[in-house]
Ligand binder design. Structure first.
Ligand code: 0A1
Ligand code: ZN
Length: 878
């Protein structure tokens, strides 16, 4: 094992930088294998730093070609350079200029960090520590500088040259076939927000006038010929800009805002100042190639990156431990945007589904960590569901506790105070403490304590005194490094419902006017008065805190909530709890009575008859039962994925049979509109119709196969075609195989569409899937170098196919381990993300657990692991 796997960075060791960089002048001469970079850094000692210390700049695989201090070339002995660092042992004690020339090879850069090539175009990715792969630098987020970038390139190879900030100058270099462009970004920024792009790109653009009348050009650059698929992204950008002005009073601040789509990208997108770079999957969309989910994701990610302009760029992070400061807040902001643009309750349910399936899973695994971690080996491994999604839940809880008006005042104060600085979580909380006068120090525990709290709620009705008491108990299980836990501040939004579904007007002084009770002790009780009959409690409305709730409601009481609760989230939750009770019992061999099954299906049937068409998107969510992985998490130990899969299939069949007529009715009455529109209402109708198709096929595979084949062939949009194909995937046979072949034929030149095809096949829960995936790795469209392809095929197998990844003979684990090792040689970030599929291994029954341990050990034993993979594999085994 490499020794730097053991290098740990700790929050408590934070020290301000000893040197500052005020201005950066970069001259980048693009060349496929020998790009030359000249960086002129205007530096000075930091008054807040230590004096008489060497200047140590970060580097990563850079090749030093020259170095000068105040224009005097340094001689050997005055500095020391390695590919990882550049040290000047006796730097000046006054402001100075350091000029550094480096050479890098973008074509050989398969890590996709720093400057690299994607489909021949040049692009960069600098978060978190990629800028040091371009030049030596103080590559840390609290060193803010004003950048001027001159980019030079061959005119044929890279007719478009883009940088951060505003365009200043461009021209041709006569007689060389080359040209250049100069960009200037007046806003001081950390190096992780640096970007440049050079390539052959098509463009769509429109003017935007900000709330104070500034004229901005907003544009999206894509592969030439794909401009007609960029319109939705541009529209989403415009809507995001208007929303941030209206809801948060935040205005855009440069003359241009550019988005560039590239096909090789490690993550979703990146918020570089004025020059967002996107994975093309989150930009390109047409009805024929993108699903409703793709459209919703594009809208959310465009908004997310745009919102970072304030939450992340204008106010950035002091150090990487504060990552949630920008990410949690920006996820919260993009969720609010999507909720406003679409259906709020439907969006909230989708957010919670993701939180539970990804973050709760992570928090119950060996990789559990606080929202603000206090140590890391490799920061790239902390772009996690915990930092992002749980980070957003903390912001949401804060808003729930203090109310909308104070939340907005606190946000304004935070921006006013911290604009142009690198801030901390403490700065953020202080703004809210100052506007409300509240002490938020106990609340701040959400950032420091990992693990998902469990809250037990028990109700006691006393008819003689007409009172109703709710007893709350909270407890957080131990997590790595945190054996004992303190109680959290948990906002519980709640209400009471009568047994016949009416809202109950009972009084309780511990519940504020917005329906919030704050649980901040290990145990607490609240009492309602004036309660004339035994109520049904509706707690954690709108999922008011990221906790696991145990409630002693009967199935009948859950049905009351499903039918009548004023809170849509809890109506959906009631259906999930009902289904989960049956699924968890069936999966663990606990018998479920005929009566219980009958009452479950009559509840679903009743819901379909009464309510489904009022909100089809909501109905589709009610019909989508907890996934195999959700059920595994609920069971928590000695999990048998085969039993779970069987139980789920059986319940889908049962519900499908019992609701057959109603589902068939929906399927036929919700026939597709003539022209496709990605709006939420149209998408909702499609999702209910496709959920109906899925249950019909579960009830009657032959009839389902027929319907799905027909839909597959006649569909006029990708949502319906893919939904049909995914139903066919559950029914082995020749129709399935011919649909797979025809899809491949139709979309052979559409890599993003073939990704869907890879993914569906990788998720087939049959014993031949490992071989199928291995075969697909030989497909001409597949490449180990492209993260989207690898995630679609291998990632889907490991994350979506519970049955085959967790095969009892260990073949799924061994396969993933071999791919992780291969990927690690090309792209460590991609490899370590794939490896997180093992996060549920300790939950499995012993045979699988042993196989998983052996597979993980086979990775850990490899001598030259990247720090990324080394970190994840070691923590997974601890
Ligand atoms: N800040 C980006 C996420 C991001 C992080 C790292 C990256 O490269 C390794 C790329 C993007 C966001 O939150 O969208
Ligand atoms: Zn982000």
């Amino acid at each position: 094992m490499r020794t730097d796997v053991d290098h740990i960075v700790r929050l408590e060791d934070y020290l301000p930088s000893d040197f500052l960089i005020d201005r950066v002048e970069l001259d980048v001469r693009l060349h496929p294998t020998a790009t030359k970079v000249t960086a002129t850094l205007s530096m000075r000692p930091n008054p807040a730093g230590r004096s008489d210390v060497p200047l140590i700049l970060d580097g990563d695989e850079v090749n030093l070609k020259g170095i000068a201090l105040d224009e005097r070339a340094l001689e050997a002995g005055e500095f020391e350079a390695s590919p990882q660092s550049l040290t000047i042992s006796q730097p000046p004690q006054h402001p100075f200029k350091l000029t550094i020339e480096t050479e890098i090879n973008p074509t050989a850069n398969t890590k996709l960090m720093g400057l690299y090539r994607s489909s021949g175009n040049y692009c960069t990715q600098c978060e978190a520590e990629g800028f040091r792969r371009i030049t030596y630098f103080l590559d840390r987020p609290d060193v803010l500088a004003v950048y001027t970038t001159r980019i030079e390139a061959d005119r044929e190879e890279a007719p478009v040259l883009l940088g951060n900030g505003n365009p200043v100058e461009s021209g041709i270099i006569e007689g060389t076939g080359r040209h250049y462009a100069v960009w200037h970004d007046p806003f001081p920024k950390p190096s992780y927000l640096f970007a440049l792009v050079g390539g052959r790109l098509g463009k769509i653009a429109k003017p935007f006038t900000t709330m104070n009348g500034r004229e901005v050009e907003i544009a999206v650059y894509v592969e030439p010929g794909k401009e007609d698929r960029a319109g939705y992204a541009l529209d989403a950008l415009e809507r995001s800009m208007i929303w941030d002005e209206r809801v948060f009073g935040r205005e855009y601040d440069l003359d241009v805002f550019n988005i560039v789509a590239v096909s090789d990208f490690n993550m979703g997108a990146m918020e570089n100042k004025g020059l967002n770079i996107f994975n093309d999957k989150y930009v390109l969309a047409s009805p024929e190639t993108a699903t409703d989910t793709d459209y919703a994701n594009i809208e959310a990610i465009i908004a997310h990156e745009y919102f970072h302009n304030w939450s992340g760029n204008r106010v950035t992070c002091r150090d990487w431990f504060q990552l949630c400061l920008k990410e949690g807040l920006t996820v919260f902001r993009d969720q609010e945007f999507s909720s406003d643009e679409r259906s709020r309750p439907v969006h909230r349910i989708a957010e919670v589904k993701t939180l539970r399936s990804r973050q709760f899973l992570e928090d119950a695994s060996p990789l559990s960590h606080p929202v603000r971690p206090n140590q890391y080996r490799e920061i790239n491994n902390f772009y996690t569901a915990t930092v992002y999604e749980k980070g957003a839940e903390i912001v949401r809880m804060l808003k729930t506790i203090i109310g909308d008006a104070d939340f907005r005042r606190g946000m304004d104060l935070y921006y006013d105070r911290c604009d142009g600085t690198a801030a901390t979580v403490e700065d953020f909380l202080k703004a809210f403490a100052d506007v409300t006068g509240l002490d938020l120090s106990h609340f701040a525990r959400w950032y420091a304590q990992s693990g998902t709290p469990r809250v037990e709620v028990r109700g006691h009705y006393d008819g003689t005194t007409q009172t109703y008491r709710l007893d709350f108990k909270q407890q957080t299980p131990p997590t790595p490094g945190q054996p004992t836990k303190e109680p959290m501040v948990i906002p519980v939004v709640l209400g009471l419902v009568t047994q016949d579904g009416q809202r109950m007007e009972a009084k309780c002084e511990r519940v504020n006017s917005r329906g919030v009770f704050l649980l901040d002790k290990t145990e607490d009780s609240i009492t309602f008065t004036g309660v004339s009959s035994r109520p049904v409690p509706s707690v954690f409305r709108d999922f008011s805190a990221p906790v696991k709730v145990s409630l002693d409601l009967t199935n009948e009481e859950l049905i009351v909530l499903l039918r009548h609760d004023a809170d849509a989230f809890n109506r959906w939750q009631a259906a999930q709890t009902l289904a989960m009770r049956t699924l968890a019992a069936r999966s663990t061999g606990v018998p479920v009575s005929e009566d219980a099954m009958a009452s479950l299906s009559s509840a679903f049937k009743g819901f379909l008859e009464e309510a489904a068409l009022r909100d089809p998107a909501f109905a589709a969510l009610v019909l989508s039962l907890p996934s195999d992985a959700d059920i595994a998490q609920e069971i928590g130990q000695d999990v048998d994925p085969d039993a779970i899969h069987h139980a789920r299939k059986e319940l889908r069949g049962h519900l499908g049979k019992n609701c057959f007529e109603k589902l068939a009715d929906f399927y036929h009455s919700l026939a597709p509109a003539k022209t496709y529109s990605p709006d939420a209402a149209s998408a909702g109708r499609r999702s209910l119709r496709n959920a109906a198709l899925d249950l019909l096929a579960a009830a009657d595979p032959q009839a389902g196969e027929k319907l799905a084949s027909k839909q597959f062939e006649t569909a006029t949009n990708m949502t319906d075609r893919l939904a049909a194909l995914s139903v066919l995937m559950t029914i082995p046979g020749s129709l399935r195989e011919s649909a797979i072949a025809s899809f491949e034929e139709r979309y052979r030149d559409e890599p993003l569409v073939l990704d869907k095809w890879f993914s569906l096949q990788a998720a087939i829960p049959e014993d031949t899937t490992v071989e199928r995936v291995q075969r697909l790795m030989e497909h001409p469209a597949f490449s180990m170098n492209n993260p989207n392809r690898v995630r679609s095929l291998i990632g889907s197998f490991a994350m979506l196919n519970q049955v085959q990844f967790n095969r009892k003979d260990g073949a799924g684990y061994a396969f993933l381990a071999s791919i992780v090792l291969r990927a690690d040689e090309l792209n460590p970030q991609l490899a370590s993300r794939l490896l997180t599929a093992f996060s549920s291994w300790k939950m499995m029954e012993s045979t699988r657990r042993n196989h998983a341990r052996i597979a993980l050990q086979s990775i850990a034993q490899k001598p030259s692991l990247s720090r990324d993979v080394g970190d994840i594999v070691n923590r997974s085994l601890e």
